[in-house]
Design a protein around this ligand. Sequence first.
Ligand code: G6P
Length: 608
Amino acid sequence: MCGIIGYIGKREIVPVLLSGLKRMEYRGYDSAGLAVLNGEGIQIAKEVGKIVQLEKSLNGNSLSGMVGIGHTRWATHGVPNTTNAHPHIDSHGHIALIHNGIIENYIALRHRLEARGHKFRTETDTETLAHLIEDAYQGDILEAVQVALAQVKGTYGLAVICDKEPDRIVAARMGSPLIIGVGDNENFVASDLAAIVPYTRNAIYLDDGEVALIRQHEVQHFTLTNRAVMKKIEAVTLDLEAIEKGGYDHFMLKEIMEQPRTLEDSMRGRLLEEEGIAKLGGISQYIDQLANARRIIIVACGTSWHSALIGEYMIEEFARIPVEVEYASEFRYRDPIIEDGTFVIAISQSGETADTLAALKEAKRKGAVTLGICNVVGSSIARETDAGIYLHAGPEIGVASTKAFTSQVTVLALLAMLLGRKKSISSAQGRWMVREMKKLPGLVNEILQNVEPIAQLAEKFKDHPNFLYLGRGYNFPIALEGALKLKEISYIHAEGYPAAEMKHGPIALIDKDMPVVFIATQDGTYEKVLSNIEEVKARQGIVIAVCTKGDRDMGDKADYTIEIPRTMNFLMPILSVIPLQLLAYYIAVLRGCNVDQPRNLAKSVTVE
Ligand code: G6P
């Protein structure tokens, strides 16, 4: 999320910062800005939209200098506009900074600083850092950053400049990547290698809790408590294209692989273990009303519609509120019934899907309270809804949605748990649920550590023209999602069904050439799914089973098994979808398909 670049040296600053930002634009592009030091204080330029907008507005502008910082934003707190765009400054405009990550305790810090006379201008969590550093400043910007960060909870990749010390940039890292580019009489700092490799291939990777003092001829490293740290300069060998994709061949694979982190980001600050409850600040004013809703309708399209189905199961199980899931495109035209006490939740990664937006407007016209679950902050759906929950999964570039899906299911799990705790779920059960949710990033990571068997399956089945995906309960929507992933990117015909529905039609398709992917984890419907597997085997179908780790029986029944770790049933979809994302990915690659931009599809469908 977001891109950071800083430079100190002899080059003209604006082209260096702009070219760095352009290379990081895939990380976020809702607004961008620069701050430059040139002996006349701090000069700032910001624009909404892509970097070219900033570039255009700088055309003919005399912004110049040899020290500066730049940022391309992917909003988390506050809509994308020029005020909320980085860099942010302190009350008196002596300090400017750019930040990636989320300051979790920014509200408490902001109240405290406001009480001390600081004037805030933006809705962002980041601005708090500028004031906090100003508050701690006693003539040494390095020390002020260290003192300020000691009070911060959350994640940051940070670059700070101060007009009273114009020969330095201070950078710090906690949970958000930051790299120093060491040049010849010049130095860089960036969130991505891509921004610095055109200038130097000597890199120092900051670790969490480290602060760097960057000057033109020297870089020094410290801890937050000012102990000196020795760092190694490493040679970068990757080429630019590979770097932008984090070293992966495709954005889709990168996004699959980053799910342990994106799940953590979606849950960050939202799980209260002691109380066994979730905290969802964005909808707090509606949560009691929602817990007493007569009915919840969820509208969505595509992959988001699949997460909605899982949400339905979760909310009905834990909160006992009736939930209906509708295709947004159907809902908008069929004069839906909205009674008093109806909530409509729109789920959309992009927040721009035309049908979902129209369904939402229809629901509002009919008097529903509307909530949004979106990834893109400040998107149309996020703005149109009465309140909402953001995914914080970072920009998703691959057209086939992967990390946004698992974050949607995670956010729905948080919501179901919160509603459930307001109803019948005990605090002991709540604590158990919180603990299980906290384990999810580690469990997903475990699956991602063992992709080779899935790649081998892809090799075996890449030429089959049809696939069937079957699952029950929480895994039924995963059957739909697995089939959708495969058809989207490999153009193989695939259908997803509830396993028991197979006998009402799809069973006619089964013969020795039909691979049937069962999502057959050990939950309440496990025995029933085993019978469905037998039915497929009896017709010579090929069974590939995604099953629970240690399930010995499955080895005898299925032709191929993919084991995943165990968790509570309602969280199982977050794990069971991962092998199916990988299977689709590897098959598509082997078939020579354009994985990130499949034919005929679009990432954001803004037309009907
Ligand atoms: C398109 C994308 C899908 C996505 C769907 C809904 O079809 O290709 O990946 O699931 O739109 O998009 P949304 O942004 O509303 O989640």
